[in-house]
Design a protein around this ligand. Structure first.
Ligand code: UD1
Length: 419
């Protein structure tokens, strides 16, 4: 199993090119199922999760080709509507094929994803929303069996909580339904906006973009198109956090400052100088130690849960103390015991963590537990004295493209070791 060996103490400097967003690429790939003519997706990050979904979609009979940052697909050849447990269990986002398969073919059989490290993460809202459009759903032996007589019917969907995947699934179903669907309490994450833009390009009719009420007027057919995946706001924030963590100056390019304003404001509160361009963001910590800042994770446009672990790591070496509240997932502090092994002072009580900054972290062997938590350990290692060995980095490979190359480009001493 691969590990990262990181020698801390380097002040990171330079430019890093941000990839397309994993969390946008996955629903966009699932949406390809809806197209009756071939289509092309560009700026696709080269990641394990993308590979998993490409494999799953190929298994449906789609002629799909993934080369460099481009995926081409011809979904006119789909010959089955089955998503097996073996693939779905490795990536929860596989459930996103349910909505488009059901909408286009009137039936689908998709494995339930099961829980994951950061919480139980049920899909009840996805299923409830599809039922509101007339789907008959049964869950049997770990599989969702969904069917509808004829076409799905437009209806009213009211989510009990803001769900990114739920909103995406129902959007991809409603675009081919008969009539108008209103989705209330819809998620407004930039990845939803990206999906809406692509669906519109394919011929869908969607109003209320960027609001929590989406109104979809179903159409009978959707065509393929060419589309480029939006920049990864979480990757952007993660590399800016690396600058804050090491007192350095990092410019992220091919990104969009409008996607992560809540995070940039926190960096400014830490004392960093943040400069925004049209498609770049630079964070200059000017050699200073950041101030610890309190924050609470909430749905977009508030502070994203996917940046919680990284900002927690920066707080760990901050001046003063801060409270971090996690309101999206019930078990997303798994990085805390690992950061503590490196000398961080963090007290957890329920979904709140109080972080009292220490002047220096120290190297220790640690273990990555989930995708974003893993990057927080990388950050801690970059700032720590000595050599840190991070185990189970397959979690990082799921979501950060070319992480060693990108960090090395900023001066970091990081290498991948196999054991
Ligand atoms: C997506 C992102 C993930 C991010 C999360 C929140 C992808 C591939 N993943 O995950 O990186 O951390 O949004 O921004 O885009 N819930 C239910 N029932 C449901 C659906 C959700 O109870 O049917 C709960 C979840 O357990 C969680 C909360 O709602 O507590 C939000 O989850 P959701 O927004 O659906 O997250 P994902 O789409 O899985």
């Amino acid at each position: 199993m691969d590990k990262f060996l990181i020698t801390g103490g380097v002040t990171l400097q330079g430019e890093v090119r941000i990839s397309g967003a994993k969390n946008a690429a996955l629903p966009l790939l699932a949406a390809m199922i809806l197209a009756e003519t071939p289509m092309t997706l560009r700026n696709v990050p080269n990641l394990m999760d993308v590979n998993t979904l490409v494999k799953l979609i190929a298994g449906l009979g789609v002629k799909i080709n993934y080369q460099g940052d481009t995926v081409t697909a011809d979904a006119s050849s789909i010959d089955n509507q089955f998503a097996p447990y073996e693939l779905v269990k490795t990536m929860r986002a596989s459930i996103l094929v349910l909505g488009p398969l059901l909408a286009r073919y009137g039936h689908a059989q998709v494995s339930l994803p099961g829980g994951c490290a950061i919480g139980s993460r049920p899909v009840d809202q996805h299923l409830k929303a599809l039922e509101a459009l007339g789907a008959q759903i049964e869950v049997e032996a770990g599989y969702v069996h969904a069917k509808v007589d004829g076409r799905l019917k437009g209806g009213e969907v009211i989510f009990d909580m803001v769900t990114v995947g739920g909103t995406e699934n129902i959007l991809m179903a409603a675009v081919l339904a008969d009539g108008v669907t209103t989705i209330r309490n819809a998620a407004r994450e930039p990845e939803i906006t990206d999906l809406v833009h692509m669906l519109i390009k394919m011929g869908a009719k969607i109003d209320g973009i960027d609001t929590d009420t989406l109104v979809v007027t179903g159409v009978e057919h959707l065509n393929g198109c060419e589309y480029a995946v939006v920049a990864d706001r979480i990757e952007t924030g993660s590399y800016l956090a690396a600058a804050a963590m090491t007192g350095g100056c990092v410019k992220t390019t091919h990104t969009d400052p409008n996607l992560l304003e809540a995070v940039l404001e926190k960096f400014e509160e830490m004392g960093a100088e943040v400069t925004r361009g049209d498609d770049w963001i630079e964070l200059d910590m000017q050699g200073k130690r950041p101030k610890a800042v309190s924050f609470r994770t909430l749905p977009h446009p508030d502070f994203p849960t996917d940046m919680q672990a990284q900002l927690m790591a920066v707080n760990a070496i901050g001046r003063g103390f801060a409270t971090v509240s996690e309101t999206i997932f019930e078990n997303r502090f798994m990085h805390v015991p690992e950061l503590s092994r490196m000398g961080a002072n963090i007290q957890v009580e329920g979904n709140d963590a109080v972080v009292t900054g220490v002047e220096k972290l120290s190297a220790a062997p640690v273990m990555a537990t989930d995708l974003r938590a893993s990057f927080s350990l990388v950050l801690a290692a970059l700032a720590a004295e000595g050599e840190t060995l991070i185990d189970r980095i397959y979690h990082i490979d799921r979501g950060y493209e070319q992480i060693e190359e990108k960090l090395q480009g900023l001066g970091a001493k990081i290498k991948r070791v196999s054991s």
